[in-house]
Design a protein around this ligand. Structure first.
Ligand code: AMP
Length: 444
């Protein structure tokens, strides 16, 4: 029986794997999450982790009962003796806001900036860039309605993109107004589409009843053709004075920071809890699934989950989409560093000594040891393959004298020194050798 991973999932593989391609490289994956961590933690965001499954009700209320995600794409979780109504999380925001409310995070200084990354699950039709288990980097800010927070959130997304070295990315900015603005817009759409109901897809007929705005981001070509033909007015035309003012303030900050964006009046985010600012980042060259990420303000969400009114805003990047974009642009990833030391014994009885030497060096850096005795030439060869900075040998002379023979692989310089001095010696050398990129973080 062949063993296969489930449809719509990916293995992210270590360097050297025979089936490795750059979009499933574990190193590229970490490059994305490390870059996001650096940008977001510099901006004061704290890491948060929430469960991968939540009560279905949290997701239903959080994401919205009329969305495709809730209606068609949820993975239910059952376990022995319990049909407890859990689902795998399809996105991060509902769980984070649930955690904020449940754990009294309101006590923390406001606005509270949180970030996370991890797998999300949606039972979608699988295609390139659309998976059933995919990964997101999420950023959420709770406790402020200030448009400055919105602008900073968008800027941080742009800085993650810049930190990754991507260039072909466009920010599309819109506003979906306040609930009363959306009510007016939905009435307009209902009147507009009702005479053409027979031309709408089944899904969109249903949307016409529940939430006509959803029709606008329909995946059906027939729906999209009708939308073009009817020259549907955009949500932006329906903003009330407060939402309008908020939108202009966000734009003012972005302009002042010279963040490039394009106003896209047609933006309708797929999730029900969004208010006012909404945006998406698109990549020019990754085809139909071009959205790298998106975000929006969700002031109504906390109350919808049964908590106290708490304004919020957040965004999510799709990690796999970023990997496709990195591949598409041919961005060179930083090489992973080899260990500081690879040390091996020349005789089986000294393997334990070599291991102890490596374990002590791990206090200051990466160090590996040979599990078998090796000839000196093979120790050097393996150290080079691992791209170690130093190779260490423990022969019987070294074992008897409590020393190690050390070779700096780049210069070929060799010396024997007491094991008791090794850590101090390598610490000094490591500082002297440190690549400029590590001494001073130059990206982002
Ligand atoms: P959303 O939570 O729907 O706003 O999605 C945010 C981002 O996550 C999107 O812009 C995509 O980059 C990514 N994403 C959403 N769904 C999928 C999926 N099924 N497969 C891969 N990436 C996805």
């Amino acid at each position: 029986m062949a063993i296969n991973r489930p449809k719509g999932t990916q293995d992210h593989l270590p360097d050297g794997s025979p089936k490795l391609t750059s979009d499933i490289s574990a190193r590229a994956f970490s490059y994305v999450t490390d870059t996001a961590r650096r940008v977001l933690e510099r901006a004061g965001a704290s890491f948060i982790a929430t469960p991968m499954f939540e009560e279905a009700e949290v997701v239903k209320r959080g994401v919205g009962g009329s969305t495709d995600i809730v209606r068609k794409e949820m993975f239910s979780v059952y376990y022995f003796g319990d049909h407890g109504g859990y689902v795998l999380r399809p996105e991060g925001t509902a769980g984070i806001v649930r955690a904020y409310l449940q754990n009294g995070l309101k006590q923390l200084p406001t606005p509270l900036k949180l970030w996370t990354h991890g797998p999300m699950f949606r039972a979608e039709n699988v295609q390139k860039g659309r998976l059933r288990q995919f990964h997101q980097v999420d950023y959420e800010v709770l406790g402020s309605t200030d448009p400055l927070v919105d602008a900073e959130a968008i800027l941080l997304m742009v800085q993650v993109i810049q930190g990754l070295g991507l260039t072909g990315v466009q920010v599309k900015l819109g506003s979906i107004g306040d609930p009363e603005d959306r009510d007016r817009y939905n009435s307009y759409l209902r009147e507009l589409f009702t005479p053409h109901v027979e031309r709408l897809s089944d899904d969109s007929r249903d949307r016409l009843e529940r939430n006509p705005m959803r029709i606008l981001d329909s995946k059906s070509q027939a729906d999209q053709a009708l939308i073009q033909e009817l020259q549907v007015r955009p949500m932006l035309d329906f903003l009330g004075p407060e939402a309008q003012q908020h939108f202009e303030a966000v734009r003012g900050h972005l302009d002042a920071w010279e963040v490039q964006y394009e106003v896209d009046p047609s933006i309708v985010r797929g999730l029900d809890y969004y208010r006012r600012t909404a945006w998406e980042l698109h990549h020019q060259h990754i085809g139909a699934k071009s959205a790298l990420g998106g975000g929006g303000r969700y002031d109504g969400l906390a109350a919808q989950l049964g908590g106290h009114e708490t304004p919020g805003i957040g965004w999510a990047f799709g990690v796999e989409r970023l990997l496709l974009a990195l591949e598409q642009e041919g961005v060179t990833l930083p090489e992973s560093e080899g260990p500081l030391l690879y040390v091996a014994a020349l005789d089986p009885e000294h393997i334990g000594v070599a291991a102890r030497v490596a374990l002590s060096v791990r206090a200051i850096g990466a160090a590996e040891f040979g599990y078998k005795a090796q000839k000196p030439g093979n120790v050097f060869r393996d150290a080079e393959r691992k791209r170690a900075r130093y190779a260490g040998l423990i022969g019987s002379d070294e074992a008897a004298a409590g020393t190690v023979t050390l070779k700096h692989l780049q210069s070929g310089e060799q010396q024997t020194l007491p094991v008791s001095e090794l850590v101090a010696y390598l610490t000094g050398q490591a500082a002297a050798d440190m690549p400029a990129s590590q001494a001073l973080d130059s990206r982002a």
